[in-house]
Design a protein around this ligand. Structure first.
Ligand SMILES: [Zn+2]
Length: 73
């Protein structure tokens, strides 16, 4: 386990479920720990559909609400 981010002034936000650096892409696409919630909201499996497409956008918002990410932002 490396702690290179400790060297930077601003600590990178970390994924609550796996400890990886938290990015939108990580939450929406990459993190396997969010698979159940992704399935529940039928989230598209690529960033473009999640963010460009109208129904994808709604699913993305619903997904973020379910995983309670709003509190973190
Ligand atoms: Zn993760």
């Amino acid at each position: 386990m490396t702690h290179s981010h400790i060297m930077t002034k601003e600590p990178s936000p970390q994924c609550q479920r796996c400890g990886e650096i938290l990015t939108i892409k990580h939450i929406l696409i990459e993190c396997n720990n969010y698979n159940p919630e992704r399935r529940k909201t039928k989230l598209p499996n690529n960033m473009k559909s999640c963010l460009d497409d109208h129904s994808g956008c709604l699913k993305t918002l619903q997904f973020i609400k379910i995983i309670k990410l709003f509190k973190e932002i």
